[in-house]
Write a protein that binds this ligand. Structure first.
Ligand code: ADP
Ligand code: MG
Length: 553
């Protein structure tokens, strides 16, 4: 029953009730292989002739057959992608002698600080950069953090700070603006929660002093919960802005003075500002979580309005994301004051604990065949998150998979807020095994136990890829990500190959030799997804038959 072991704590199953469903996940005797699915090197090589749009099939075949798997070589071609960061990464893999670690922890010389940063793969850019700290006890000893914070860290089981926390916390505490880029699941939330709570000191009745913006409701709620966890024993008042909380604040002007911290999505907040229900003039800490998303065209106007409403001269701004493309960085430089840029790990790379795979499925319907084969072979170990490119396709895939006898659900913007909340909760508790999602779920959401992310539809940008697969492999755990690609996606394959290579995955040589897509074609894909055939593999008759069979029991 290793299916249940992988779910971790919180997952409770009624095994008797779900016996039929469970049996579908158990490994079965070898089934006939599905033609479309390619996951071994030789088949991939033989496919190359068919998918000749790579332009280099001949040499690739020879390479693939000659050298089995390839180490994580750097690309020789010109890398146009946002991941190109070769200068900055120099000396990246140098290992600091473990014997030096005690000495380094004292961080008393600039040389030690440099070695310490190298050891934790922290790179910093800017002027007068404060030193990182080494252990949570330093926060108490050096920065005089109140005991409640140390206690709450302990209760949460956070023993050591993560690299982004080591470096971002002192910078924020020194009153500086920050642009922080660190891998998915590496503890960015706590990196801003701790210094903010320390600085706020205690509850005051002067209105909001910290504001956190998140692109989705789901992430805003998660941040709210994390704040609450760290506030135990202290009387801070935190507001998660919803239609209801905004309405009550409109009715009672005194409520506006009551809260210390506000967490909101941009749209909800802009609406409240325009209705004069929210006063942001005392805000001193402004966080854009998933900053690159919030600075994309769709959100930019709203983010701009929020900035305008935060009029306090002491305002500090913090941008956090796993991906901050250079365009976003230069845009951010316009509104930040002498910011310090932190990059943990490789720029725009995926988390290293995630095993990444690209699987060629030929035509659209090869994807469903591939998933069904995984179910039959017991390889689909829940919880699994499946990403598709549109609400329409999410619904279509859901209608296919419910007939496969797995506990599947679907989340997208057209579901009600109550439904979305309950789906997230049920998925966290292991009641939903397979969750089909649109880009809505791609960022920030911390599902600790997710074993596998399937990109059913090829992501439209490398940022989308990094965030989607970052729903697994969180907080140092291992995870797996599978990306299906069809002939139509093949021209964009190299972008993902670059991310895989940079995050230490083994990639076959022929993939490394693919051409990078042009800037124009990448921009085009970002704007508009590839047109795909409807997801529908069963005839209506089949569906009825299977449905009837399931309900007979
Ligand atoms: P990110 O925002 O970088 O994607 P999160 O802030 O959501 O990551 O954190 C990912 C997970 O790591 C969360 O479950 C969080 O509770 C956990 N976490 C954060 N900091 C620590 C720490 N210092 N030690 C252990 N776990 C941590
Ligand atoms: Mg986050």
């Amino acid at each position: 029953m290793d299916l249940f072991h992988v779910l971790g704590s919180g997952a409770r199953f009624d095994k008797k009730r779900f016996n039929d469903d469970i049996s579908l996940f158990e490994p079965q005797k070898q089934k006939k292989p599905v033609k479309n699915v390619v996951n071994d090197q030789e088949t991939q090589a033989s496919l190359l002739q068919e998918i000749d749009f790579f332009h280099n099939s001949k040499s690739a075949i020879i390479e693939t057959l000659g050298k089995k798997q390839l180490p994580n070589e750097r690309s020789t071609g010109n890398n146009e992608d946002d991941t190109d960061d070769s200068d900055e990464n120099e000396g990246e893999n140098e290992i600091v002698d473990q014997d030096e670690s005690t000495e380094l922890n004292s961080l008393n010389t600039q040389d030690n600080v440099k070695k310490f940063r190298k050891r934790y793969r922290i790179r910093v850019y800017g002027t007068d950069i404060p030193n990182p700290f080494h252990s949570f006890s330093d926060l108490h000893n050096k920065y005089e953090f109140q005991p409640y914070l140390c206690k709450n860290l302990d209760s949460a089981g956070y023993k050591q700070p993560t690299p982004i926390q080591m470096q971002a916390i002192p910078i924020i505490l020194h009153g500086r603006d920050v642009m922080a880029m660190a891998p998915t699941g590496s503890g960015k939330t706590l990196a801003y929660i701790l210094p903010i709570l320390h600085d706020l000191n205690s509850h005051k009745k002067i209105g909001y002093r910290a504001l956190i913006i998140s692109p989705t409701r789901e992430l805003a709620k998660q941040i709210y919960i994390e704040f609450k966890k760290m506030c135990v024993g202290k009387k801070f008042k935190i507001c998660l802005l919803t239609k209801a909380t905004a309405a009550t604040q409109a009715q009672d002007p005194h409520l506006k003075q009551k809260f210390d911290i506000l967490i909101s999505t941009p749209l909800r907040l802009v609406h409240a500002i325009s209705q004069d229900n929210i006063d942001l003039k005392n805000v001193q800490h402004l966080v854009l979580d998933e900053a690159d998303k919030l600075l994309e065209l769709g959100f930019l106007d709203q983010t701009d309005e929020i900035f305008a409403a935060c009029s306090n001269v002491k305002l500090q701004k913090y941008l956090f994301s796993a991906t901050l493309p250079s365009g976003v960085e230069s845009l951010a430089n316009n509104f930040m004051k002498d910011p310090i840029r932190i990059v943990v790990g490789l720029k725009n790379a995926a988390t290293e604990t995630i095993k990444q795979q690209l699987i060629y499925v030929g035509e659209e319907n090869g994807k469903l065949t591939a998933i069904r084969q995984m179910i039959q072979e017991g390889r689909l170990k829940p919880p699994v998150l499946i990403f598709v490119q549109s609400i329409e396709r999410a619904k279509e895939l859901f209608h296919e998979l419910i007939y496969d006898g797995i506990n599947v659900d679907v989340i997208h913007a057209e579901r009600t807020k109550a439904q979305r909340d309950s789906i997230v909760l049920n998925f966290r508790q292991g009641k939903i095994w397979v969750l089909i999602a649109t880009e809505l779920m791609a960022r920030g959401i911390d599902f600790k136990g997710v074993n596998l992310v399937i990109n059913y539809d090829f992501p439209q940008s490398i940022q989308s890829y990094i965030h989607r697969i970052g729903r697994t492999g969180r907080a140092g755990k291992s995870g797996e990500a599978i990306t299906y690609y069809t002939k139509d996606d093949a021209p964009y394959l190299k972008s993902i190959v670059n991310v895989m290579k940079d995050s230490g995955c083994e990639v076959p040589n022929w993939m490394l030799e693919l051409k990078n897509p042009s800037k124009e074609s990448k921009q085009q894909l970002r704007k508009k997804p590839i047109k795909r055939k409807t997801i529908d593999t069963r005839s209506n008759y089949d569906k009825k038959k299977i449905k009837r069979k399931r309900y007979e029991f």
